[in-house]
Every structure is written in C-alpha cells, then in structure tokens.
Design a protein around this ligand. Structure first.
Ligand SMILES: Cc1cc2nc3c(=O)[nH]c(=O)nc-3n(C[C@H](O)[C@H](O)[C@H](O)COP(=O)(O)OP(=O)(O)OC[C@H]3O[C@@H](n4cnc5c(N)ncnc54)[C@H](O)[C@@H]3O)c2cc1C
Length: 429
C-alpha cells in the first residue's frame, strides 16, 4: 500500500510530477565551490558526480570524458578548414540487380525497411511496422532513451497517437512532469507568458522502452550493438554491411543516425556547418520556486567568450524526478570559426550565471546531472535525398526547431507525413 501511495503522481505548486516515469537518482552530490587553478571547476564538479546509464542518442552522455570528446569534435568543426574531415564513402551506387551480385541473403535478412539508428529511429520503425511492413532497426549501442527528459507539448505528442505509435495511456506513463505557464522573455522587452508550450517533461527511457516493446510485438527485428559499415544501392535493393560482419537487404534504408550520421557526412562532403548551437546545463535538486518554465529567456546582451561574441539564452523546466528538481539550459549560437568557445568554457560561465538567473546558490543545490550538446546547422536544410533507396530521418534530416533544439519535437510534426509517404511506395524484395 505504501508503495502504491508513493507512486501516485503528485501536484505541487501547479506542477505535476510522475515519479514512476523516471528513475530515482542515487548519485547526486552537493558541490561546494572553491577556486582552484587546476583541474577546472567544471572538471571537479563533473568528476564528483557518479554517472551511469549513458546512451548513444544526443544529450545521452553526462561524464567529463564525454564532454572532452565533444569539445574535441567542436574544435575540429571550428578549425579554419572548410572541411571538418574527409568523409568515408559509406554509400555506393551499383548498377544492376543485387541478385546478380556476390551478395546472397536468406529471408531472415530481407526487409522492406531498415532503420539505421534507434533513438528516434524506433518511432518511424514502429509506425511502418504497424502498416504491415517488415522492418529492422540497426543500433550501434543499446537501444535506450536518455535519462534527461525531453520537453515537448502534449499536442505534439498526440501526433504519435494518431500515427499509432503510442496510446494516450503511454503518454501518461512517460510524462514525468507537466507545468504552466511558460515564459518567453528578453531583457528590457518584458515577458510574454504562454500556456502549454514545451510544458511536458517526458522520459526518453520510458518512451523508447514503450515504443520498442510495441515494435517487438509487431514482429520488428532489432540489431543492437551493430554498427553500419557500408551500403551498396542496387537497382532493386540496398545491401547493408554491418561492421560486425552481418549483411542485410532492404528496399529502403532510413538513416536516423543523428547529426553526425556517417551517411550525412558523405552527402555534405564533410563540409563545416554554417552555424552551431551550443548548449550546457544541469538538472539540480533544491529549487524552492519551481512551478513555471522558461521556454526562452535572455537577460544579457552579447559578451566575449573565447575570441567570440556570444549571447546567452536560457531555458528552465521543472523536472519529473521531484518537486524541487529543475533543469536549466544555457545555450548560444556561434559561427564555427577558430576562437569559438568550447563547451567547457560555457560551463565555467554557467556556474556563475545560473545562480543569478534563477535566484539560487549552488551551495543549496544538489547537482543530479550535467547536460551538454552541440547542434550543427546548415543553410541547405532539410537535406534532400542524395541516393536512391536512402532517406534521412530525425536529426540526420536537418529538420530542426531552434526552440526544441532538434529532432524529437520535429519528429512528432513529420511522422505522419513520412509514414504515409513511405507506405504509398511499392515495397517488396
Ligand atoms: C542537451 C540537449 C537537450 C535537448 N532537449 C530536447 C528537448 O527538450 N526536446 C526535444 O524535442 N529535443 C531535445 N533535444 C534533441 C533530441 O535529443 C534529439 O533531437 C534527438 O535525440 C535526435 O534523435 P536522433 O535519433 O535523430 O539522433 P541521435 O539522438 O543523435 O541518435 C542517433 C542514434 O544513431 C545511433 N548511431 C550512430 N551511428 C550509428 C552507426 N554507424 N550505426 C548504427 N547506429 C548508429 C546512435 O547510437 C544513436 O542511438 C535535446 C538535445 C540535447 C543535446
């Protein structure tokens, strides 16, 4: 009985929290701030927080070593060179029929559609499976959503119900927090309060788990721990070679491997992005004021960071893990040039600025998780199809929203159109 009571959703200060949609945190620590020359403040803080459950999708890694790896990639992107790195040739077009090639497959390896990349990929895979297609998903890591919630509007999520990927009960189960109203504000311009915009926190862990179960029950096949190596596109099929030695055959390949998809790198010839959005933030426990959200807020004009001028913007959302838990993101847009700031530099600013922005002190907060990400943007987006039998989906497609940062929100707005389009084509090997 006690357990049942604990699992009931709670409403505090107008914020709905659903603890069953999120995992309890066990590794947060209070962090005190004392100036140290080396290591950096960011390193000390990050290394003081135990990290578990990192996943392959965007924003799914929280450790200091993952931050340094992403900063290395960011440095490469921001180098003076117009090409970030010479891309590998992943896709080749081959004349003739795959039946005349050296590839021979059995029916187990034949698919109508193979989706490469499972984070958002599992959503389109399930939508297509539910239309009766034989669908496979190839995911190089475990197929799992990240711990950090996605913020989204209910109206957007309901699109997934209409496509048949989720039920309304699933939405309730995966929704960890809901809150209103939501602020948009700029310094000296006043605030505008809106209702029901990005006002849900949904658990990607839960959501992906629910959709994966549905995919399995529809007969979908998942290849977890398998990585895309190369694809040969014949007149009548695409042949997908996995690094681990397997070969799969499909009428259509959907590339859902995110912003850094090897296929997208090939299509864009490794070209440097036109712009970058950089984001850092935390999910912390200890906020007394936690009933509303900031969809976008800026309290300062541009300032110099590194050798660039940047303007910081903020987002803040009540988190589902508890009534005093809150996510705050600080983000900015930069030209990818030498001297552009690193994520670690932004985090150094974040430790000073977030307390002022939210009227709190880190001494009173428990840092549960540190979040960061980079989003490349290209003028020629969305990305047109470059090869027969291969389409991009999710972040790989370049369909983005500057407010929800990327793919999950935009996926919900495009899934129905994409599913209908793919099912009206003739699929059979
Ligand atoms: C800090 C941060 C906060 C965010 N907040 C929100 C939010 O509040 N709301 C929202 O809607 N969105 C948010 N986003 C964006 C959202 O997380 C992404 O849009 C979403 O994860 C994109 O999913 P994707 O599957 O297209 O790409 P990714 O998440 O990048 O996933 C790509 C997948 O492909 C796999 N993969 C890569 N290479 C290969 C290969 N060679 N073979 C097989 N598999 C491969 C990866 O393991 C991964 O699972 C946020 C992102 C960040 C970084």
């Amino acid at each position: 009985m006690a357990l049942q009571l604990q699992l009931q959703p709670t409403v505090t200060n107008g914020v709905f929290q659903n603890p069953s949609a999120i995992r309890p945190f066990r590794n947060g620590k209070k962090v005190s701030f004392k100036a140290q020359a080396t290591p950096t403040r960011t390193q000390r803080i990050m290394e003081g927080i135990a990290v578990s459950g990192e996943v392959g999708g965007a924003g799914g890694a929280y450790s200091y070593s993952a931050l340094k790896r992403l900063d290395q990639l960011l440095s490469k992107i921001c180098s003076a060179s117009a090409v970030v790195e010479e891309p590998q040739k992943v896709v080749s077009s081959v004349p003739g029929s795959f039946k005349d090639s050296e590839h021979v497959g059995n029916s187990e390896e034949m698919f109508d559609v193979i989706v490469c990349g499972g984070t958002l990929g599992i959503f389109i895979a399930t939508a297509l499976s539910s239309k009766g297609l034989r669908v496979g998903v190839v995911e190089k890591n475990v197929l799992k959503g990240r711990e950090q919630e996605w913020n989204i509007s209910r109206k957007e999520l309901l699109e997934l119900v209409e496509v048949g990927v989720l039920t309304e009960d699933d939405i309730e189960e995966a929704t960890a927090a809901s809150f209103n109203p939501n602020r948009c504000g700029f310094e000296g311009k006043g605030d505008i309060w809106v209702q029901s915009i990005l006002n849900l926190g949904v658990s990607p862990v839960k959501l992906v788990e629910i959709v994966k179960d549905r995919f399995d029950s529809l007969g979908g096949v998942t290849f977890e721990g398998y990585s895309v190596s190369n694809i040969s596109v014949y007149q009548d099929a695409a042949v997908l070679q996995l690094k681990e030695g397997k070969t799969l055959f499909s009428c259509l390949i959907i590339d859902a491997m995110g912003n850094f998809s090897p296929i997208v790198k090939q299509i864009r010839c490794g070209r440097k992005p036109d712009g970058m959005c950089l984001v850092v933030g935390t999910c912390c426990r200890g906020f007394k004021e936690n009933s509303t959200s900031d969809v976008i807020f800026s309290s300062a004009t541009a300032k110099e960071v590194g050798q660039s001028l940047v303007q910081y913007f903020w987002e803040a959302f009540p988190a589902g893990s508890g009534p005093i838990d809150r996510t705050t993101y600080m983000f900015t847009y930069v030209d990818p040039q030498p001297g552009s700031p690193q994520l670690e530099e932004l985090l150094e600013d974040y430790w000073d600025l977030m307390p002022k922005y939210q009227g709190v002190s880190f001494d009173d907060l428990e840092i549960l998780r540190i979040i960061f990400g980079i989003f490349p943007t290209y003028r020629d987006s969305p990305l047109p199809a470059a090869f027969d039998r291969i389409l991009q989906f999710g972040d790989a497609s370049g369909i983005q929203s500057p407010v929800s940062f990327g793919g999950f929100g935009s996926l919900t707005r495009h899934l129905r159109r994409l599913t209908t389009g793919k099912c009206s084509s003739d699929f059979h090997l």
